[in-house]
Design a protein around this ligand. Structure first.
Ligand code: AMP
Ligand code: FE
Ligand code: FE
Ligand code: ZN
Length: 281
């Protein structure tokens, strides 16, 4: 099979390896049906889906780029940084991510304990079952709360208990921007600021640009047309590469974003040029 030469790219997808609902194979089948040419899977603090996705993607003519969505701590906030086109067998990166995984496990236990203090009794094992072999996070807890009828919707679980500042929220172990950037750089990749419009001020974005981030996720379902335009201009004025995608998770989140938030294939070519990454199957 050769890679398709038609279609656009979605550079922000989640799988069962973090808080996505579909396995890498199910997801590739979906994007294949939608006629996309290239994708990046960017699970939260997790790169274990990549190898399988690259191989299965190839069998369908879809180019899959290595990706990750790292949680960092920036000005006291939980901020997401995307990494692309790195060596996903890099020992240093793998070591860091296994530390993240352990810390997420401890955090999930603490969240379950906090919920018990709030009178909501759920089993840690149920949360782990939702997470499967992937990195465990608040969305898995939200789904267990929903199944037990403690909340009426996935969103309500965040609004009442799990969201930032809510009673069962526990801060995630995270690294600072420089450490995240070093991690991705030393594995040969590039960083992009994920969905800046969700929580970053324009000043925060400028700080990250000054710290050397080379790409900006302008295209994202949480960005209205005006925001997207603003970030496109910002990228152009500072010589940044624009990235973008659907941030599709599937399942109870109820997003209908897949296939609707894409960037031209040229973006993939630019990311490969920036990193010297060559897709090998
Ligand atoms: P975690 O990695 O455990 O902190 O979970 C982060 C994920 O939870 C995000 O990627 C979102 O998918 C989801 N999330 C975080 N905050 C909210 C919120 N207020 N409402 C709905 N989903 C949220
Ligand atoms: Fe997520
Ligand atoms: Fe994110
Ligand atoms: Zn995401």
């Amino acid at each position: 099979m050769n890679f398709s030469i038609h279609g656009d790219a979605d550079l922000h997808l989640h799988t069962t390896h973090s808080d996505g609902y579909f396995s890498p194979i199910q997801l590739i089948d979906k994007v294949h049906a939608l006629g996309l040419r290239a994708v990046a899977i960017v699970d939260h603090d997790e790169i274990s889906a990549i190898s399988e996705a690259i191989h299965y993607g190839y069998s369908k003519g879809i180019e899959v780029l290595p990706g990750v969505e790292l949680s960092i701590s920036f000005n006291g906030q939980d901020v997401h940084i995307l990494g692309y086109c790195f060596d996903f067998e890099d020992a240093n990166l793998i070591r860091y991510l296994s530390l993240f995984r352990e810390e997420r496990l401890k955090r999930a236990r603490s969240i379950v304990n906090k919920l018990a203090q709030e009178g909501l009794s759920i089993h840690f094992d149920d949360v782990m079952e939702k997470a499967g072999s992937g990195s465990v996070g608040r969305p898995h807890v939200a789904n267990v709360l929903l199944e037990h009828g403690y909340v009426k919707s996935f969103q309500q679980a965040f609004d009442k208990y799990l969201g930032d500042g809510k009673p069962a929220n526990i801060r995630k172990y995270s690294i600072d921007f420089e450490t995240a950037q070093d991690l991705i750089h030393s594995a040969g990749g590039v960083c992009s600021i994920a969905h800046p419009g969700i929580q970053l001020s324009d000043r925060d974005v400028m700080t990250l640009i000054k710290l050397g981030v080379p790409c900006l996720e302008a295209v994202h379902p949480k960005h209205r047309a005006e925001k997207t335009r603003f970030y496109r201009n910002l990228a152009e004025n500072h010589g940044l590469q624009i990235t973008g995608g659907s941030d599709f998770h599937g399942g109870t989140k109820g997003e209908e974003t897949l296939g609707k938030y894409t960037v031209p294939y040229q973006t993939v070519a630019e990311l490969k040029k920036l990193t010297g990454y060559i897709t090998q199957v």
